[in-house]
Write a protein that binds this ligand. Structure first.
Ligand code: FNR
Length: 364
């Protein structure tokens, strides 16, 4: 129960902070090291100003958007985020239902607490699967096959985490998963550290950090993208790119596109804000692939700025978890609907009727 008003996405964070255990709130909210990249993310969108058009008859509007063959009601996906059962018992199934209810897409984290199959069965909206490459390529390939069989229509390869960023809040809290929170996409051997039957509270050990050390492969390189390309027919989006040259390499190694992201400030601290990285990536690709962006998107104006700078859609991260924590599926839906309504208003006030009319000249 919260007495915080819930009229914008910022409010939901305050409300979630009231209801979540400290360990969970900190894991969701936090970033790496001094959290400089985290703090800069939304501010960087605010730094961009809009040169809006007037007298354009915006009485009829649509946010309908095509991304990789999917039609979305508006240009937003829920970002892949681990361990959503820590926010609400219904976990990722509730999130996917919320996304579907607003006509957004859903990207499921490898580290979900619900199986790929359960999330697919619970919804019929666009569902993509986020993948990491494990030391064990057999485990990696098996996950790809499961995502394919379950009916996911794209893979999102996260490449900004060859090692886990140093998240000091998680170390201080001894981040761990309670025994009743499963990580069902992973085999038993992969989940052993996370399922921590042992109590690491107060130990300055993050179970997530231990898990990464043991199972993630820091040797991953562009050749592994080519390998992934060779074992699946699904389109692959490379998530975590902030440079034009890397984006070009991604396309050359078989990706369908990139997601401009710095992992919500949770990996390399002081990483360039994505609002500043996006134009360089879009310019380098010149339409040769899909470009999405995430990080600090909290207002409808942030979304239309992303479109004006060359993204086809954006990913929304933490605010969805705040909605989930406050009120499960309806809470997550409320967060998405608030942003959707803000986008519609921003579109109109910028003098646009559709995302296609959001052109580069809108950025001052
Ligand atoms: C993430 N993110 C993430 N990314 C990914 O590729 N796989 C994952 O499992 C996770 N897990 C995860 C957990 C939590 C709690 C957060 C907050 C984030 C990063 C996520 O997909 C996205 O890039 C950022 O969260 C976007 O920034 P905002 O909207 O949260 O500012």
């Amino acid at each position: 129960p919260t007495s915080t008003p819930l009229i914008n996405l910022h409010n939901f964070e305050a409300a979630a902070a009231d209801v979540l255990p400290r360990m969970v709130y900190d894991y969701y909210a936090g970033g790496a090291n001094d959290e400089v990249a985290l703090g800069a993310a939304h501010a960087a969108w605010n730094d961009i100003t809009l040169r809006y058009r007037v007298l354009r008859d915006v009485s009829e509007r649509s946010q309908r958007t095509e991304v990789l063959g999917h039609t979305l009601d508006w240009p937003v996906f829920v970002a892949p985020m681990a361990f959503q059962q820590l926010a609400h018992a219904d976990g990722e199934v509730a999130t996917a239902m919320a996304a579907e209810a607003t006509g957004a897409g859903m990207i499921l984290s490898t580290l979900s607490n619900r199986t790929i199959e359960a999330v697919r069965a619970g919804t019929s909206g666009p569902l993509w699967f986020q993948l990491y490459i494990y030391r064990d390529r057999g485990v990696t390939a098996e996950l790809v096959r499961r995502a394919e069989r379950a009916g996911c229509t794209a893979l999102v390869l996260a490449v900004d985490a060859p090692l886990l960023g140093r998240r000091e809040r998680d170390l201080l809290n001894g981040l761990h998963l309670p025994p009743d929170v499963p990580v069902p996409n992973l085999g038993v051997t992969l989940r052993d550290t996370l399922a921590a039957d042992r109590d690491v509270t107060g130990s300055q050990i993050s179970a997530l950090a231990e898990f990464f050390d043991r199972h993630w492969d820091p040797s991953i390189a562009w050749r592994d993208l080519a390998w992934l390309r060779s074992i699946t027919t699904l389109p692959i989006l490379v998530k975590g790119v902030v440079r034009g040259d890397d984006a070009v390499l991604a396309i050359e190694h078989g990706a369908a596109g990139v997601i401009v992201s710095n992992h919500g400030g949770r990996q390399l601290d002081t990483a360039i804000p994505t609002a500043r990285a996006l134009p360089g990536v879009a310019d380098a690709l010149r339409g040769r692939g899909t470009v999405l962006v995430d990080g600090g998107i909290r207002r409808g104006t942030d979304v239309i700025k992303a479109l004006a700078m060359g993204a086809q859609a954006v990913l929304l991260g933490r605010p969805v978890l705040w909605g989930l924590a406050v009120n499960g599926q309806p809470g997550a839906k409320q967060v998405l609907q608030l942003l959707k309504d803000e986008c519609d208003l921003a579109l109109a006030l910028a003098g646009c009727r559709t995302p296609a009319e959001v052109t580069a000249d809108l950025i001052a």
